[in-house]
Design a protein around this ligand. Structure first.
Ligand code: ZN
Length: 283
């Protein structure tokens, strides 16, 4: 289930949901139903998604409101607790700052008045995940530039076989995320460069968590269609979703995966205006 329907102005779901659906279905492993909730302020009385019909729920859901009825929240919590897979994509970690169980599922989040009451900051220091209780707001990013991901756990099925360091396409590098961080393993970090409004820390970028029997994959990547055309983004979403759904990854690392210093975009995903003119034929 690809769940969307609410958005902050910076994260419209209409352009991104078809791209997420396509990248999952083209693996041949998934059949994706797009389920769209009422918009902010809409009537939720008849919105009862059948979570249990699905092996995984992918949230393309950055809501600025907190209007899910208690029964909907309870059914979602029960689904994940009983072993449902969950994929948290980019701005979904901005949502629901006050919903405790949701924050246990995502581990860390940003914005929407999150601060030290939401939990500590989490980042890598001297090669290890640390928490930091210092006060302050949660969530920041600099300009969209390419940045390197550093794989911190190469034994996990999602990251197994990926290069230790790879260059991601221009994207928001989320930093200063805070949250409970329970049952969370950070698979990859990125250095948040002070020269680009960053923290000078190695920030969590790809994570896995558990909530009850549920498996959760959380990727902070993929702000826009350009970032989503990165072979590294596509591959980690495909593998992370398979893992959330089944606990395994059967997909091979594709040819053309980015290297430590070269961005690699999947040509058919590059948004049309930015697509490069085909190379001139030599005579
Ligand atoms: Zn964003």
């Amino acid at each position: 289930m690809l769940l969307d329907g609410q958005q902050a102005p910076s994260h419209p779901w209409e352009p991104t949901s078809p791209v997420l659906k396509r990248m999952l279905e083209e693996t041949g492993l998934f059949q994706v139903d797009q389920v769209t909730s009422p918009p902010v302020g809409g009537d939720f009385s008849n919105f009862k998604p059948e979570f249990t019909k699905y092996q995984a729920v992918l949230l393309n859901y950055d809501t600025t409101d907190d209007q899910w009825p208690a029964s909907l929240k309870a059914s979602f919590e029960q689904y994940v607790r009983n072993g449902g897979g969950l994929v948290v994509y980019h701005g979904a970690n901005n949502s629901f700052p006050e919903w405790r169980e949701y924050n246990l599922m995502i581990g860390i989040g940003g914005w929407r008045n999150r601060n030290e009451k939401s939990g500590p900051y989490w980042y890598f220091k001297d090669g290890k995940l640390v928490s930091d209780n210092s006060p302050g707001n949660a969530g920041s990013h600099g300009a969209r530039l390419p940045f390197q991901l550093v794989v911190r756990d190469s034994d996990h099925p999602i990251t197994k076989g990926l290069p230790k360091i790879w260059m991601h396409a221009p994207d928001e590098l989320y930093a200063r995320l805070r949250g409970p961080g329970e049952n969370m393993k950070v698979l990859a970090t990125a250095y948040s460069d002070p020269a680009n409004a960053g923290t000078g820390r190695d920030e969590p970028i790809l994570m896995v968590l558990s909530y009850g029997k549920g498996r959760i994959f959380h990727s902070v990547l993929g702000h826009d269609l350009n970032a989503m055309s990165c072979v590294g983004f596509i591959t980690t979403m495909q593998r992370g979703t398979e893992w959330a759904a089944t606990g395994k990854v059967t997909q091979k690392v594709p040819a053309g995966f980015p290297t430590a210093d070269t961005v690699s975009l999947k040509a058919s995903y590059i948004p049309a205006p930015e697509r490069r003119a085909p190379a001139q034929k030599k005579k």
